[in-house]
Structures are given as structure tokens and as C-alpha cells.
Ligand binder design. Sequence first.
Ligand SMILES: Cc1ncc(COP(=O)(O)O)c(C=O)c1O
Length: 463
Amino acid sequence: MDGQINDNDLSKVVAADRAHVWHHLVQHKPFETGEPKIIIEGKGMRLWDQNGKEYLDGVSGGVWTVNLGYGRVSIADKVRDQLVKMNFFSGAGGSIPAALFAEKLLSKMPGLSRVYYNSSGSEANEKAFKMVRQIAHKKYGGKKHKILYRDRDYHGTTIACLSAGGQDERGAQYGPFTPGFVRVPHCLEYRAFEQEGADLENYGVWAANEIEKVILREGPDTVGALCLEPVTAGGGVIPPPEGYWPRIAEICEQYDILLHIDEVVCGVGRTGTWFGYQQYGIKPDMVTMAKGLASGYAAISCLVTTEAVFEMFKDDAVDPLNYFRDISTFGGCTAGPAAGLENIRIIEDENLLENTNLMGARMMANLAVLMEKHEVIGDVRGKGLFIGAELVSDREKCTPMDESLVAAVVADCNAQGVIIGMTNRSVPGYNNTLCFSPALIATAQDIDDITNAVDKALTKVFG
Ligand SMILES: Cc1ncc(COP(=O)(O)O)c(C=O)c1O
């Protein structure tokens, strides 16, 4: 093992964790008898746990975040140097890395020109929602305040983000929710047949037109923004169908609706372009991003807007309420933009967008072979190194596989030392998609190791 587990007190660490840490998204009853997994060290795409077991990480830190892999000394050095020089001042002021990172980031986002710093994806989305609400008050007497969100999309964990959440198992028991958020239908072509009246020949345009129907039902003068993931992540890894985005663009233009793209997962390379929206020729008004922005080396999120959106918040300097009266304390941390700058440099210097496209194509091809072999794989879909494989119990009828069996596949891969993911407490009855998001540095061998583990696991669980 390369990872140096030389701390003899790991049993104390495990005991302290079991006694005191409340883990995310986990039922803790099993920890009364078993141990939580504690990750001790990481290098590249490999991880080691408290027992010295080695894993190949197929999901970039569990939640599609560590896009550049573990143990990046140059990012740590940049962050350290920056922290020693100047760690924090309120975002009301500026900092060297914040200015330079904004400039660098925007060089990858033609048409957008302002960066608002925060510390999590949920927070960035909240800020976008607040901007939409404030614009409604400033320009439309408060009327054009509704925010449309899509079935199966996720925008974060706060109450307002859950109000914009299309995954009912995430929201269950946390209501009542914030008013003014309205759901539109999903665009998962594989399950189009389940949607009443769906035009299967021309599905992308049909799915976009379903959004227009909601706008007309609600009243276009009440709808301020449409918030969408470019490729839905936790809702089942859903790339848009052909024809979807051009029609969405027309609809937003026609009804004067701001387009807010949630790039928290897709942002900064994951799909093989800097941003997922760039795959589809979209011109957003607001873009939010977090996870891959600094690959988990620092907590940073950004809300990026057009100059037109920004201008709306400074048009009347006499009115004391006429600016974005919002703060994120940790949006003033300099570690985030320092890490983000180095993150982009590495992607450029190591040609990682190109690698993402190559390795993504390899993974899709490997999974297509597995699909021929294993009847339970109903659909394989994705973009770049962001891929899902939906498991079904009846391929003809596309019947979703029982969630516990999907979990058994994930557990078997884990036992083999390969970490993969699945849709988790997401859409009721549809937690049946295996998720893959290896780091953008993945080699052909890494990709083959991941899909070979899946092959073995599927054989073991389903025969
Ligand atoms: C698409 C999307 N948006 C927003 C979020 C929320 O980000 P965070 O957990 O950093 O608040 C997530 C988290 O998984 C996400 O997948």
C-alpha cells in the first residue's frame, strides 16, 4: 500500500467518529454494530480506508467533486501560500485570488461577466433565486417572481433549494416549502413513454413545449426564471434529448424568462467542455457552480451572471435598497479562488478536457458491451465522464430494478475495491441508476477496472 497509515490510534478515530460524527445522507443504525468507512488518504484516483483497504474511486469523492484526483500538491501549495499571506476578508472587499480567478473563469464563459462568491452549491443557487425575486420586485412590482424547476433535478439541500427540488425523496418530510417554485416535467427520453401524450418521434421539442404549457398556465408575467441542470445528475444522469435546448432558448426569449443553469456537477470539465451548457449552445443569464470548481481542495461556489443581470442591481444608486443586499461570509475566503485558479491551470496544462472526452467514450463503449451481456442494463447515457446505467428488471417494459438490488451491485463493487454510485433517496421508485463520474485524470486502465468490477458485480447479483 502506498498510503502511509502510520497513526496507531485509528481505532480511537473510529470510536470518536462512531460516538460523535453525524454523517451526511446516512442511516446510522448499522454503525451501532459496524464501522463507518473513514477515508485516511488519497492519491490520484486511489483511496485508502482505516483498515488499509485500497479503492479505485469511480465517483470523484462520492459526489462528483474531486475532478483532478487526490493529493494534488500544487493546489495545496497555492492554498497554503495564499492563506499565510491573506486568508479572509469580507466579500464586500476584494482579494487578489478572487479578482484573478473571476477573470480566468470568465475567459471560459463567453457572454458572462460577473462572479459572485459563496461556499456551497446550494448557497449559489439560493443567491440566484434571491436575484430573481429582487428583479421581480424592482422591475415588475413583485409579480414576475416564480421560479420554474424540473422534475428529477436537484439544486441543493436548503429549504428554498428543496422547494426547487424535483426529487421527492430528498424533500419528503422537510416541508412546508417556500412558495413561488413551480415544477415542470423531466426530459428523460428513455422514460418518455411514461409521460402522457409524449411525442416519441420529436421528444426533445415536446418536452420543451411542456415547459411552455406550464408558463402559459401560470401566466408568463408571473414567471421570472427557469432553473435547469444541463445534464441532470442525482435524478438519474439525464442528458437532454435532441432539439430540447434550442426550443428552451426560444421559450425563455419569448416570455422574458431568465435562464439559470445549475452547473454544480457539470461545471469545470465534467462533461468534456468547461461547462455542460456549452455542449448545447445555451446562452444562460445565470450559472451556478461548486463541486469541481476547486475539486474539493477548498469550499467554493460561484454564481456567474451576464452584465445585463448585474446592471439591474446598480441602475439607481440613490435608492438604498437597490443593490444585491446579500453576503456569504465564507465567500470571502481566499482559499477557494486560489484553489480554483490552480484547478483550471491543471486542466489546461494536462489536457484534461480532451482526456475526459476520450475516457468518457471508452466508458460508454465498455458499458455498451456490458449492456449486451447483462439484460438488467436498460439504458446507458451520459456526457464526458458523467455516465449513468439504469438497471431494470424487465428490459421490454423498462421496469425499474428494485433499489436494494441496485445497492447490492454498488456494495459488491465496493467489496472489490471499486467505488461507484447510484441514485440515492432521489425520485420515488426510480433509485435504480448506477452512477459513474471518475476523475478527469482517469486512464484507460482505470476505466476498464471500473467497468470490469461492474461486470463481475452484475454477474454475482443477477447471475
Ligand atoms: C446539481 C446540483 N446542484 C446543487 C447541489 C448542491 O450543492 P451543495 O451540496 O454544495 O450545496 C448539488 C449537490 O449534489 C447538485 O448535484
